[in-house]
Ligand binder design. Structure first.
Ligand code: PLP
Length: 358
């Protein structure tokens, strides 16, 4: 059983079917085809306004390109210190930003607070020797599995406006956050001040389907050239776009995300009921962060269950991982089966009882 990430499973059937259908015949290359045009129009419908859309094959490419258009080479981009852009992309954003820097701030569950961002921006010296802040990047869902609510997004948007920062959202788990909040894509993005979005579909049923959705036309100006230079203008673009047709059709993407979130909730509630187990913070989307005894960790691993240990950097004040404990991350996906969650909980329950008897 694999709870290591939501990209350990393949693509969902409607996405694969859409690729098969798009595969037939010949069409214009490099995105000049009717499927890509249809999908661009669909993005505009979904976001209830004109948007510029650029496709990418990885979330790293989408983030790096989005940030490169938002931050000049001499600028600073603020993010959480555990953000994927700063921690897990091998410097790609900085590489594509041509010298601009990412700077990471702390925050519980890998979430940033508007007040902290504002205080940090105000604390920066303003001289030609120092890089001026030019953008804020947040992850929705956060790397700690938490979801920014609409008020928190609005507050961050207001800080960005006040201080002239471009507001980037890494939406690798956009759908999971959206269904958790029960709002519209527009409400979770540009209506709260988001300027540019990395819209991820790969983790939620896509094969390799990422898009940069731009709400500020000036940020889109050179993105096609940047994309080409990054090798992200895809010759058979219709096969990338087709994935989004399958993804959006009949609200498949929302159903997938709801399922993943429901599985994570069941997992989270079951684990939290076990003696010696507590959640580092609440489960709000499709990721669960329990602090578990080593004995339980051993029992789960012995049963072949895959998941990852997690950093303790963003624990709430007063919380800590004791000796004999470990903080781990378990991720549910669109393909997680209910019986896998039950089986994991059974194994965990007997692991805990055995530990108590020892
Ligand atoms: C928060 C976040 N952003 C972006 C990504 C995209 O990364 P990749 O380049 O592997 O598609 C991931 C994947 O793990 C992620 O968790």
């Amino acid at each position: 059983m694999n709870f290591a990430s939501d990209n350990t499973v393949g693509a969902s059937a409607p996405v694969l079917q859409a690729i098969v259908e798009a595969n037939a015949g010949a069409m214009a290359a490099y995105g000049n085809d009717e499927i890509t045009r249809r999908v661009r129009a669909r993005f505009a419908e979904i976001f209830e306004r004109d948007v510029d859309v650029f496709f990418a094959t990885t979330g790293t490419a989408a983030n790096a390109l989005a940030l490169s258009s938002a931050v000049p080479p001499y600028g600073l981009c603020i993010c959480h210190r555990e953000a994927h852009v700063i921690d897990d992309e091998c410097g790609a954003p900085e590489f594509f930003m041509h010298g601009a820097k990412l700077t990471g701030l702390p925050g519980v569950g890998a979430k940033l607070k508007a007040d902290d961002v504002a205080a940090y921006v105000k604390s920066l010296p303003r001289a030609v020797k120092q890089m001026p802040p030019k953008a804020l990047s947040i992850s929705q869902v956060s790397e700690g599995g938490l979801v920014y609510d609409l008020d928190e997004l609005a507050a961050l948007g207001a800080v960005c406006r006040e201080h002239g920062l471009a507001f980037h959202m890494d939406g690798a788990r956009f759908a999971n956050a959206l269904v958790a909040l029960g709002c519209t894509p527009a409400e979770m993005t540009w209506k709260r001040g988001v300027d540019i979005l990395s819209f991820g579909a790969t983790k939620n049923g896509g094969l390799m389907a990422e898009a940069i959705v731009v709400f500020r036309t000036d940020l889109a100006e050179a993105l096609d050239y940047r994309s080409k230079r990054a090798g992200q203008i895809i010759s058979k673009a219709r096969l990338i776009a087709a994935q989004f047709e399958g993804y959006f059709a009949d609200d498949h993407w929302l159903a997938n995300a709801r399922h993943a979130n429901r599985m994570a909730k069941a997992l989270s509630e079951g684990l939290a009921r076990l003696p010696g187990v507590r959640l580092a913070w609440p489960t709000q989307a499709n990721e669960v962060f329990p602090i578990i005894p080593h004995a339980l960790d051993r029992a789960l691993k012995a049963a072949g269950i895959l998941y990852n240990p997690w950093t303790e950097l963003s624990l709430p004040e007063g919380e800590h991982v004791g000796e004999g404990e470990v903080l781990v991350r378990l991720v549910a996906s669109w393909a997680t089966r209910e019986e896998d969650v039950h089986r994991l909980l059974e194994i965990a329950s007997s692991g805990v009882s055995r530990h108590a008897a020892e």
